[in-house]
Design a protein around this ligand. Structure first.
Ligand code: RBF
Length: 160
C-alpha cells in the first residue's frame, strides 16, 4: 500500500523554512465532520509546532468536499494567505459519487494553485469505508492533516 511505503506523518523536519510570519488558510469540509475535525487538528497543531502563529491560521468550513475548490479559491485569492490547505473525507458508497467528487476536487484544487501561483495542498482522504478514513486520521496510517500541513510548510520554500 502506497501510504505504508511513504507516510509523510513521519516527515523529515530538516530544512523547513521559517513560517513565523506566514499565513495559512485551512478549508475544511463538514461532511464526515468528526474525521475532518481530527484532520484539521492535526494540521493546526503541526503548523503551531513549526512556529506558525495562531492568529495567522485562518480556518473556514464548507459543507462537503465538492465545495473545497471554491473555498480554496476564496482563500487563495487573498493577498493575506500564503498557502491553502484543503481537508475533506470522501467515503465510497453504493454509487460512483465518490469518483466524481474526488476527481472534481483534485482538478479544482490544482487549477486554483496554478491560477494564483500559490501552494494549494490536497488533503482529501478518499476511502472505501469509515474505518479506512479513521486509519488516516490519527490511526495506523498517520494523520493526513499532519501530512498536509508538513507539505504546506515544505512548499513555502518556493514562496518568497
Ligand atoms: N462530501 C464529502 O465530503 N464526503 C462524502 O463522502 C460525500 N458523499 C456524498 C454522497 C452523495 C451521494 C452526495 C450527493 C454528496 C456527497 N458529499 C460528500 C457532499 C458533496 O461533497 C457536496 O457537498 C454536495 O454534493 C453539494 O454540492
Amino acid at each position: 500500500m502506497a501510504s505504508a511505503l511513504k507516510n509523510l506523518s513521519s516527515y523529515n523536519s530538516d530544512n523547513l523554512p521559517d513560517i513565523s510570519g506566514k499565513k495559512f488558510g485551512l478549508v475544511v469540509a463538514e461532511w464526515n465532520k468528526e474525521i475532518t475535525d481530527t484532520l484539521c487538528k492535526g494540521a493546526y497543531d503541526t503548523l503551531l509546532q513549526h512556529g506558525a502563529k495562531p492568529e495567522n491560521i485562518y480556518r473556514n468550513t464548507v459543507p462537503g468536499s465538492f465545495e473545497l475548490t471554491l473555498g480554496a479559491q476564496f482563500l487563495a485569492q487573498s493577498n493575506e494567505i500564503d498557502v491553502v490547505i484543503a481537508l475533506g473525507v470522501v467515503i465510497k458508497g453504493e454509487t460512483k459519487h465518490d469518483d466524481y467528487i474526488c476527481h472534481a476536487v483534485a482538478q479544482g484544487l490544482t487549477q486554483v494553485g496554478l491560477k494564483f501561483n500559490k501552494p494549494v495542498i490536497f488533503g482529501l482522504v478518499t476511502t472505501n469505508d469509515e474505518q479506512q478514513a479513521w486509519d488516516r486520521a490519527g490511526g495506523k496510517h498517520g494523520n493526513k492533516g499532519v501530512e498536509a500541513a508538513a507539505t504546506a510548510i515544505q512548499m513555502l520554500n518556493w514562496v518568497n
